[in-house]
Each structure stands twice: as C-alpha cells, then as structure tokens.
Design a protein around this ligand. Structure first.
Ligand SMILES: [Zn+2]
Ligand SMILES: [Zn+2]
Length: 262
C-alpha cells in the first residue's frame, strides 16, 4: 500500500483547555507527537491512536501548555510497556530548555522512589538552522518570535516526500515564510481574533488568522491550518484570512488530514 502522511489533531485550544477541547497538539503518522497538550495521551486513545507507538516527541517550545502532558505520557508508558515489547525507545526533540523540562518531569514522577519511571529517552536539543535526520523523516528548525525560545519546524516525510511545517507559538515573523516555503501544509499559530491590537500580539508573541494567512501566502504553501486558537469570532477571522490565502481552515479536535506531496 502506498504510504500517506497523516496529521491527527489531539487539541486545538490556546493555553488552557475548555470542556471537550484540549490545548494544541497533534500526531504525525501515528508515531510522532508534536507538543503534549494537557491530556495528549488520553486524547490519542480517544482518537484511535496507540501512545505506545510514539517514537518521537517534538516540542515547539517549553511553555507549560506545550509540555504539561509529558509526565502523564511517561507514566502511561511505564504502566503499559512490558518486556515482550523490548526496550522502550523514544526520542524527544526541542529547544535549549528541553533538558530542564525533562529533569522536572523526572522529579515530578519521583523516579528515585519509583524506579520504573526512571528510563531516559534520547534527548536532542535542536538549534535554529539545524536539521535532524531520522529514519523516516528530516526535521529542520528556525527561530520563532515568542517570549521563550521556540522553534518552527519543517518536517519532511521521507516515505512520501510530503512536507509539513508547524510554527508552535509565534507572532507574525517573516523569516518563517522563508523556512516553510513551498510546504504542502503549514500549521500556524492563530491565537487571537483578526483585530487584536498589534502591540499586544507583539508582547504576547502570538498571531491572528490573518497573520498566518500572510505567512502562508508569502511562503506559497499549498494549504494552511490554523491552530492554538480561541473560539472568539472564528468565522469572521477565517473569512478575513481567506481573503489573503483561500486554502485555509481551523483545525478541529480529532480531525485527521492526509497530506499529499506536490
Ligand atoms: Zn501555547
Ligand atoms: Zn507559548
């Protein structure tokens, strides 16, 4: 069977969840988890994915809404992984404060008292301009515009050739357009309504749907999906964004998107 590149959205909200709506997180090909949400592990099972199949966790940055789900994930693995499955193998990729987050996760799980949670994943800090090569993908990073060190990634699926870029949290930042140029899918921060005051967007390091559309248009990507958003005035924001870049939608929780290479 011809392989396809799939994205499954586990959550779509900004910083805090709402009833029935987790914060922004998604899975690529059922095996690579991007940010962990608040409840990413439970969300995977809800949408028919197996958390034990995750081989890579990619963190866009280390704000809490993007890594809070890490302890739950490790706890689940420690409970469910059994010797017949071999040695657990997991790589975690993220910016410079990733080792601190991993150490905090181990402290939170009290690994000294509960050694079964003590296994260490392979930790890979990625710098802007760097590319990580894995068996089935390559991952190139650039800097975002956010109050903490963040990465926008360009993920290339080696099996299909499809390219998916995702910004994590960022204000409008034109260098991102260069980094994601020509991608088959761009997943971009769209936290605030289209008319949110520009100084506040700069202060908070977030985008509107129209900002995301401007990047998509500038980068000539094929499709734009908006993520990490508040549900205020979405229809109006989407209409405004579509005037700039027509092939745009808001991500929906549980939605799976097939990405075809161009
Ligand atoms: Zn966030
Ligand atoms: Zn953030």
């Amino acid at each position: 069977m011809t392989p396809t590149t799939t994205i499954t959205f586990l959550g779509t909200a900004d910083a805090v969840p709402e009833a029935g709506r987790d914060v922004a997180s998604f899975v690529i090909n059922g095996t690579h988890l991007v940010d962990t949400g608040w409840c990413g592990t439970a969300q995977m099972m809800r949408f028919g994915l197996d958390p034990l199949q995750i081989k890579t966790i990619i963190l866009t940055h280390c704000h809490q809404d993007h890594y809070l789900g890490l302890p739950q994930f490790f706890f689940y693995w420690a409970q469910r992984w059994h010797s017949g499955m071999g040695k657990p193998s997991l790589t975690i990729i993220g910016p410079g404060d990733l080792p601190d987050v991993m150490e905090a996760t181990r402290v939170f799980l009290m690994v000294d008292r509960y050694p079964r949670y003590a296994w260490k994943p392979d930790i890979r800090v990625i710098q802007p301009g760097e590319t990580i090569q894995a068996d089935d993908f390559s991952l190139a990073a650039c800097q975002t515009r956010h109050p903490v060190d963040g990465r926008c990634y360009r993920f290339t699926d080696r099996r299909t050739g499809a390219t998916v870029a995702f910004t994590g949290d960022t204000a409008y930042h034109e260098p991102i357009a260069e980094h994601v140029r020509g991608c088959d899918l761009l997943i971009h921060d769209a936290t605030f309504p289209h008319d949110y005051p520009r100084p506040d967007l700069e202060r908070d390091g977030h985008s509107t749907a129209v900002d995301a559309a401007r990047i998509a248009q500038r980068a000539a990507v094929r499709r734009l999906i908006l993520l990490h958003y508040q549900q205020t005035r979405c229809e109006e924001s989407l209409a405004r964004a579509a005037q700039v870049f027509p092939n745009v939608s808001f991500a929906r929780e549980g939605q799976t998107v097939d990405v075809q290479p161009s």
